[in-house]
Each structure stands twice: as C-alpha cells, then as structure tokens.
Design a binder for this molecule. Sequence first.
Ligand code: SF4
Ligand code: SF4
Length: 404
Amino acid sequence: MCGICVPHCPTFGLTQNEADGPRGRISLALGLSSGQLAADATVVDHLDRCLSCLACESVCPSRVAYGSLMDHLRTALAAGDFTADMTTQRTPDTTTVDEAALPKAARRIWTALRNRVLSRRRMMGRLGSLLRILQRLGLGGALRTLGGPWGRALPRQLPKRFHPAAHRPATHKTNETGRSARRVGLFIGCTGEALNSDAVRAGIRVLQALGHIVEIPEGQACCGAMHQHGGDLATATRLRAENRQVFSDPDLTAIVVIGTACTAELQREPQAAPVVEITDYLANLPDADWPPLNPLAIRAGIHLPCSQTRVLKQPGSTERLLRRIPDLTPVPLATNDRCCGAAGMHVLMYPDQAEALRAPKLEEIERLKPDCVVSANIGCATHLAAGLGVAVRHPVELIARALA
Ligand code: SF4
Ligand code: SF4
C-alpha cells in the first residue's frame, strides 16, 4: 500500500487513475477474491490493461510478487472463479447481464486467436507469406488503412519466410579462430518463420561463423508466454514441458533463444541445457572466439524490452554485443525505462493504449535520428517498426552484417 510503484506504472501514467496502477489493481484483486467486487466489464478492463511489464515489481520495497499475482488472477478470471458475494458487498452491484457478457465474449475471441493463430509457428509462417504476397501486389497500404488499429499494427514489409525443416546443421568442428565447435539448440519462437525470420537467419549465420553446430528441432512449440500472462497457466506449463522434451539432447551446451520474452518464459523451469537469449549469449563469448568484424559506421538506437531489463536482468547485453562492431555507436534510448506498449497481445487487444505508450519512444527516435533501431524482442520491434515506417532489427542482424 506504500504507493512507491505507482508513478513507475506506464498505464497509470496514461490515465492517472488509481485503478490503472499496480496498487489499485492489487486492491481490485483483493475485492474480487473476497467476493466484495464482481468481475464486471469495468473491473476486468482495469486488470486486463496491465502490461505485465513488471516496472512495479522491480521497485517494490516489500517484494510483492505482482507478476505472479496477475498471472494467477487472469487464470482465475478466465475460469470464471469470481462471483460477487452479495452478503459482503459494500457497494451495490450494478453489473447488467450485457456488461458481464461483453468481456466474456471478447475473452473467447482473443483466446481463440492466441490458441489457433498467434501461438502456432507454421500458421504464422503461412499468414506471413500471404501478407507478403499482398504487399508485393501493392495492397499493403489498403490493408493498413482498412484494418483500422490492427491494420496499423501490421509491419510494412515482411521478410522472406524461414523454413526450419530446410535447415541443415553445419558439421564443421572449429570456428575461424580454431576453437572447438559447441552444439546448441536454437529456439525460434512462433514468429521465427515469418515476422522474425531475418533474425533467425542472422542468428544461425553468426553462431555457425563462431564455430557452433546449430540444431533447430522441428517439433519445438510456442514458449507459452501469451498463455502464462493471458489466463491459461495450464497450457503454459504444458508447452514448457513439450519444449523440455524437444530440447532434451544431452549434447546441447545451450538452448539459444531468439527473443527475450521467449527466453524469460523458458527459464521458468529447468531445461536440459542453460536457456540463454542470443544477445546475451554472444555478448558473453570471449574475445578469442570472435573473428574480426568489419566496421559499420552507423548510430544504432537501442530499445530495451521489459523482458530483457526486468525479467532476464540483462540491460547491458545489447550494447556490449554491438560494441564488438568497429565504428558502430550504440545509442540507448532514454525511454527504455517504460514499456513500449506491445506487451504480447496487448498491442492487438488495446491498440489505443499501445499507440499512446509508443508515442514518446517514436518522438525520441525522431529526435535522435539513429541510422537504425534494434530490439531483442520481436513484439516490441514490430510495434516500433509499424510506427516508424522502417524495420527495427534484432541486434544479431547487425553482427551478421559486420561478418559479411
Ligand atoms: S506490470 Fe506494468 S502495467 Fe502492470 S501494474 Fe505493474 S507497472 Fe503497471
Ligand atoms: S506493490 Fe509494493 S511498491 Fe506497490 S504499493 Fe504495494 S508494497 Fe508499495
């Protein structure tokens, strides 16, 4: 109840409404669990607008486990666990049938979209290919206009699809400096075939140039982050178990992940090998492992995802990695302490909020005028790119360019 977290909350910053901040949401959770509040449209909206960015948890002196509280609360809401107890209710329940039905219907639609499309890599790959064809036919602008806020969230240019089945692990046993090869499993995530395929190709190239044997298990599943934070803890747990099985090869020295949010999710439970995001993995490789990199005389704006700074706690990895490239100037954004608003499915569920939270970052980037912007999380990268009109790259893509 101290309120120290409140000014750090991006959604409170937008509305200045206590119910849109962490302390208010905890009070709403208490009201729901005690039966004094009904899970009506207003209450659910205040709770659902939370980004799970953990800015609050990271400053809380009492170490309130806010993120875990919110994951469990959303799961209980999805299960319909909360019914107002009319005997203890302090204020009259004015919820009408329609008000209660609306969030339930919307929840069903978002759950179906998450389970049937967004968490399925091949489906996302097919959709990406379709969108790419439409863009080539010159229909990209129309899609963006006619799709309203969801159209505006679409990337302006989609990279070529990546097919994991076509990947053949290189069998060389040393890198360019003569060091022995390490065998790593590469986790590419649901966006690895479509939205994030350039980063995946760059990651493979860099790892192989550094003497790694890169395995990409075909059966890898979604990391479960959208389920974990969206009210389906059981599915999130099942998906992590599936991935544990798929990456159980005892010869793997690491499970390297392209993307900070997926890494944070897979790290919830022990895997057969350490789970590491590729940015941090490469940043920590010793100098002796690296071949010389070509200079890139550019200024790279660095966006830091909340999953990288507050969950993985690796705020310096991107800059340390990019400093390996001669002549490159890293420019960390001053707005890195605030969530960009993408936050998994939030960018689709609450596009108004997502655009408002992104605006200060776009202004900063416009002012700094870097030659490119990097982000180690595809959700943030896509959200920023949609507003900037230029691609936002994963840091490993710049390393791949410097290897060329
Ligand atoms: S997780 Fe982020 S958006 Fe949610 S209450 Fe905490 S600071 Fe606010
Ligand atoms: S969550 Fe922590 S920082 Fe926020 S009001 Fe409660 S005790 Fe204070």
